[in-house]
Design a protein around this ligand. Structure first.
Ligand SMILES: Nc1nc2c(c(=O)[nH]1)N[C@H]1C(S)=C(S)[C@@H](COP(=O)(O)OP(=O)(O)OC[C@H]3O[C@@H](n4cnc5c(=O)[nH]c(N)nc54)[C@H](O)[C@@H]3O)O[C@H]1N2
Ligand SMILES: Nc1nc2c(c(=O)[nH]1)N[C@H]1C(S)=C(S)[C@@H](COP(=O)(O)OP(=O)(O)OC[C@H]3O[C@@H](n4cnc5c(=O)[nH]c(N)nc54)[C@H](O)[C@@H]3O)O[C@H]1N2
Ligand code: SF4
Ligand SMILES: [Mo]
Length: 672
């Protein structure tokens, strides 16, 4: 049919998969958003949540923010009046200038994360804030910074992991503290199943990936470091360590050998609540290799997440499962970093010569927002802190401060936007051109404009170009056009395609052949080796080597509450889609039959979860999908749709041992 048009684009959500999308248009209107049949990951299907939301609230003008708005009612009441872009920009810049002159630009706090991961929309606004000199809430501290800090010490980088195409040569894939069945649905559905490797999952939760694995070690949360030592004990006892690799490429084997020797199978079984046979089998499968090790972001979201990551790094280092076909380690793949190995990197952030802006951990934001001497303005883009961040009550109280000028930029009227003095409507990924990759696969995707921005919404980058102009910031990098940045990035990536060619095809491999990273055996650490013993870590106040620690069991009848990625939301995104709300049902919490019995809790009953931060009602699901001592729910529903609170009301912002990051999977609660 002649009026039918197909536009290929890429899903820019914070997701391992990085799916290609086919947008179907008829008579100029988007009629359907589907998975691209020619994309190697999507293979013609979006995940369930995107299939609903991209055809639901994302196309629905009633659900979107359409115009800049100014607050007319009390903060939090979501009462606004429409204003023009010129008025909005003028009011914001007047306020930023006033605060900069009186308190200094560091009194402006901005917070952002991965609302969109498309390269320009995700990073361009940072240029503005670094020129302004605003304080940044360090983005990764809400998600994965403990892992980054730990693997920074060990490998010198945490963003250059294995190329998934290596899995064809693997005998074992060990998925540790990740749940691809929810967080990377296509990896779960295709990649894991098509590899000849045996799949081992280490996770307290028997999620779908664990249930379908060859072996699932359902350990007690927070006992992972002990397990890593236990696995190395067996590999050493059975002669499966690669002493040549250790001698040439690893620092610190001698320093941990006594701890490995002490971590006998019996000791490990007691510490982790696992069966000895399972520990033995996992150790032999992994150490025999070739093996891929995938450490999930869930794994490091606990009090000792950094130590756990250092302990798990012993596996590839001591068994030599690095730099050979079918072997490697992975946390995240940063395309810019991998591109930088070829000698060039796209310029997404402000050039290095701009003044270093101050930072605070996201764990400090709730208190900081309540401190009138510290911050006078709060600018929120690409995130929804009222739903996603810890200490919900304190965030809300900070946001009601009359002397805090708040700006929220989002495609949707979130619970955070309800507190804004000025709300700015962001265009959706279907409405502007950009580049978008994957942090798992080595793919580069075109994000292609398929419709005009809804209402008067604008892409993040255009909003910040306008703000820069109004502030009188003349630096050329604040005024680059999208096309200039896309062309420059594509050239740096050297994927062999121009923008028009990439647009046609939708996607390209970053490199035509699978990459065998770390083949040469040198690492960007001070010694050039894998540093299991790290003087840099020690200088920062950590032990020289990883420790075989286990978290104490919660006291006073409390249980440990896990709240990882669920199937139907993308963090809090899609929480406003009515069909998604229906599919999710009521907020529920899984409790082990033994714990339920002790407390007289039955399946389907309303229960109250409480700790020092809050009390929250959910529906109990009695299930052995989790071990005794543990509770399981999903993260980040829209609080206002749940009577004002979601699970993050219970999330106490305690920092991890490294990286000042969230320890949300270490939260403890009582249940009655
Ligand atoms: N209990 C619990 N809480 C958690 C976690 C957990 O495991 N448990 N996980 C944490 C993790 S890992 C993360 S990463 C954080 C994520 O937390 P957030 O970064 O707050 O993620 P979202 O809640 O999805 O909010 C992203 C917002 O960006 C908006 N957005 C989408 N596209 C654009 C755009 O182009 N421009 C702009 N300006 N906005 C856009 C979306 O509409 C949405 O409102 O949550 C954390 N919270
Ligand atoms: N559908 C969907 N997909 C998403 C997201 C989403 O919200 N929804 N969020 C995106 C984002 S921002 C991120 S960061 C990723 C996160 O995705 P993942 O890396 O998969 O991390 P999580 O979902 O936080 O948790 C993964 C697993 O860690 C386990 N875990 C918790 N504590 C422990 C422990 O002590 N030991 C071990 N071994 N395991 C533990 C949990 O039981 C869970 O099964 O997913 C992304 N993809
Ligand atoms: S969120 Fe992930 S799985 Fe879903 S369509 Fe986007 S990239 Fe694919
Ligand atoms: Mo995340």
């Amino acid at each position: 049919m002649s009026d039918r048009e197909i536009i290929k684009t890429t899903c820019p959500r914070d997701c391992y998969d990085g799916c290609g999308i086919a947008v179907i248009k008829r008579e100029g209107q988007i009629t359907k958003v589907l998975g691209d049949p020619d994309h190697p990951v999507a293979r013609g299907a979006l995940c369930g949540k995107c299939a609903v939301a991209y055809n639901g609230v994302w196309l629905d003008p009633e659900a979107r923010l359409l115009y800049p708005m100014r607050r007319t009612g009390p903060k939090g009441s979501a009462q606004f009046e429409r204003i023009s872009w010129d008025e909005a920009i003028a009011e914001i810049t007047a306020k930023l200038k006033e605060i900069s002159a009186n308190q200094g630009p560091q009194a402006v706090l901005h917070t952002h994360y991965t609302g969109t991961c498309s390269n320009i929309a995700n990073s361009f606004p940072e240029r503005f804030f670094s020129v302004l000199g605003a304080t940044e809430a360090t983005p990764d501290t809400i998600c994965n910074n403990a892992g980054h800090a730990a693997w920074g010490y060990v490998f010198g980088t945490s963003v250059e992991g294995f190329d998934p195409r290596q899995a064809k040569d693997s005998a074992c894939i060990l998925v540790w503290g990740a749940n691809p069945s929810a967080s990377a649905p296509h990896v779960h559905k295709h990649w894991l199943k098509e590899s000849p490797a045996r799949v081992v999952v280490i996770d307290p939760v028997r999620h779908d990936t664990a249930a379908e694995a060859d072996l699932h070690l359902q350990l007690r949360p927070g006992s992972d470091a002990a397990l890593a030592f236990g696995l190395m004990h067996i590999a050493r006892r059975d002669g499966l360590l690669d002493h040549d690799y250790i001698a040439a490429h690893v620092l610190g084997y001698d320093a941990v050998e006594a701890d490995i020797e002490a971590a006998t199978p019996v000791w490990t079984a007691v510490k982790t609540d696992l069966a000895i046979d399972d520990i033995e089998e996992a150790a032999r499968l992994y150490a025999t290799g070739p093996s891929l090790l995938w450490l999930g972001q869930g794994l490091q979201r606990q009090h000792r997440g950094g130590n756990i990551f250092r302990a798990c790094a012993m596996l590839p280092a001591f068994t030599g499962n690095v730099g050979k076909p079918g072997a490697g380690f992975y946390y995240l793949n940063g395309s810019a970093e991998i591109i930088a190995r070829k000698g060039t990197a796209p310029e997404y952030h402000a050039p290095d010569d701009s003044a270093a802006a101050p930072e605070i951990s996201q764990m400090e934001v709730p208190a900081a927002l309540n401190d009138p001497d510290r911050f006078k303005a709060y600018m929120v883009w690409n995130c929804n802190p009222v739903a996603s961040n810890p200490d919900q009550a304190k965030i809300r109280s900070g946001l009601t401060r009359d002397d805090l000028f708040t700006v929220v930029i989002d495609p949707f009227p979130t619970d955070t936007a309800a507190y804004a003095d000025i709300v700015l409507p962001a265009a959706s990924f279907l409405e502007f051109d950009d580049l978008s990759g994957s942090y798992f696969h080595f793919t580069v995707g075109a994000q292609v404009k398929a419709a005009e921005p809804m209402g008067e919404s604008l892409p993040n980058q255009e909003i910040f170009r306008r703000l820069a102009t109004a502030m009188g910031f003349e630096q050329p990098f604040l005024h680059r056009t999208d096309q200039e940045m896309i062309d420059k990035a594509l050239k740096a990536m050297d994927c062999g395609l121009t923008w028009d060619e990439l647009k046609d095809k939708g996607w390209a491999w970053g490199t035509p052949e699978p990459l065998n990273l770390w083949e040469q055996g040198t690492f960007p650490t001070p010694s050039g080796k894998i540093e299991i013993a790290s003087q840099a870590a020690q200088a920062d106040g950590h032990p020289l080597t990883p420790q075989p620690t286990v978290d104490e069991a919660p006291a006073n009848g409390r249980l440990r509450l896990l709240s990882p990625a669920g199937k139907w939301l993308m963090n809090s995104s899609y929480g406003n889609d009515p069909r998604i709300q229906e599919l999710q049902g009521d907020a529920s919490v899984a409790i082990h039959p033994d714990d339920a019995k002790h407390r007289g809790i039955t399946d389907g009953q309303k229960v109250t979860l409480s700790n020092d931060a809050a009390s929250l009602q959910m529906t109990a699901v009695v299930s052995d999908i989790i071990p005794a001592g543990t509770l399981l729910t999903d993260k980040s529903r829209w609080p206002n749709a749940e009577g004002g609170q979601n699970v993050n009301a219970l999330h106490i912002p305690e920092k991890t041992d490294m990286g000042e990051s969230t320890s949300v999977h270490g939260v403890e609660v009582g249940i009655a």
